[in-house]
Structures are given as C-alpha cells and as structure tokens.
Design a binder for this molecule. Structure first.
Ligand SMILES: [Cu+2]
Length: 190
C-alpha cells in the first residue's frame, strides 16, 4: 500500500510540473499582463502612415492593491521616447500634455488609456506601426516596477482595440484637431 501511495504522489508531481511547463506557451499570445498589484489589459496601438512621427498606446490599467501607484514611464522598440499624455478640451480645442508626475492608478480602480483621453505616446518614431506586427515595449510603475508588454495593432485611426473589444464610449472625437489621425500634432518635442 505504501508503494502505491508513493507512485500516486510521483504521478501527481509529474502532472504538476507538466502544467507549469505549459504556462509560457499558453501565455505567449496573452493580451493581459500583470506585475505586483497592477494588471494591464489589451495594450494596443494603431497602424501609422509612413510619415508618422508619433503613435498612441492604449490599454486598461487596474490597481488591485491597497496603495496608489503611478505609471511613470516606459519604452517601445520603435521609438526613442515614451510619454504619458492627457487630452482635454480647452476653449473648444483638444490639447494634450505630458502627465506630470506620472498617471495615478488609484487602489481598486482602473484607468483607461484610449483615443481622446489618456494615452501613451511614442515619440519620434523610428519605424512605422505595421499591421500584424505587435509592438514590444515596457511600462514603468512607481510601486510595481517595470514590465514588458506587447501592443496589438489596430487599423489606422481605429477607435478601439483590435478584436472588437467592446469599449465604445460615445466621446466626440471629431473635433477637428489632428492628433488621432495625423503624424504630427503640433508638439515641439525634439
Ligand atoms: Cu499625445
């Protein structure tokens, strides 16, 4: 009887290690990422015209912890500079600006980065965003630290993540400024 018990235990251990070994393959195409108390869902960007100098990065960031955290930086493989921007209407004109001190992610809450709102901005693109070529990068959080993520690629000008992610807020994005579609929205970054 003792022998049988041991063999069962050995089988259980074998099964367990197999399950662990499968995890990397299963998550290779995942659209969500996590580090510490932070989860990042569905990072996405958009195909850019060949002449584009910037591209936007969008995602939903959730803080599952009890303390506030901040998105304070990041990087992407296709551009030397990564910024976190806000966008708001000022006297009928859309203005965007770098979020000073990082974008706060309050405990227990989610912050959505999306066209027309907060977004990551890839500055001074060295290569365009191309369909079906996900963009690798990192995000840096004040508390949770640095995490590697991958942005899925939506069509040029798409208002939402590829794959029909139901996030269809009814913002008025058609306010005539050129951030969403064009390559240079008047920033004077060098
Ligand atoms: Cu921007």
């Amino acid at each position: 009887m003792t022998l049988v018990t041991i063999r069962k235990a050995a089988l259980a251990a074998f099964g367990f290690s197999c399950a662990i070994a499968l995890v990397p393959a299963a998550t290779a195409q995942a659209e969500s990422f996590a580090i510490g108390d932070i989860t990042i869902e569905t990072p996405w960007t958009r195909v850019t015209p060949g002449s584009a100098r910037v591209a936007g990065g969008y995602m939903v960031i959730t803080n599952n912890g009890a303390e506030p955290d901040r998105l304070i930086g990041g990087s992407v493989e296709i551009a030397p500079r990564f910024e976190v921007h806000s966008m708001e209407m000022v006297d009928g004109v859309a203005r965007m600006a770098e979020v000073e001190g990082g974008l706060e992610i309050p405990p227990g809450e989610s912050v959505t980065l999306e066209p027309g709102s907060y977004h990551a901005m890839f500055m001074n693109l060295e290569s365009p965003v191309v369909a079906d070529e996900p963009v690798s990068g990192t995000l840096v959080f004040e508390r949770a630290g640095e995490i590697a993520i991958t942005y899925a690629v939506a069509p040029m000008g798409s208002p939402r993540a590829p794959g029909g992610h139901a996030h269809d807020h009814d913002h008025d994005h058609d306010h005539g400024h050129d951030h969403d579609q064009n390559d240079d929205h008047g920033h004077s970054h060098d």
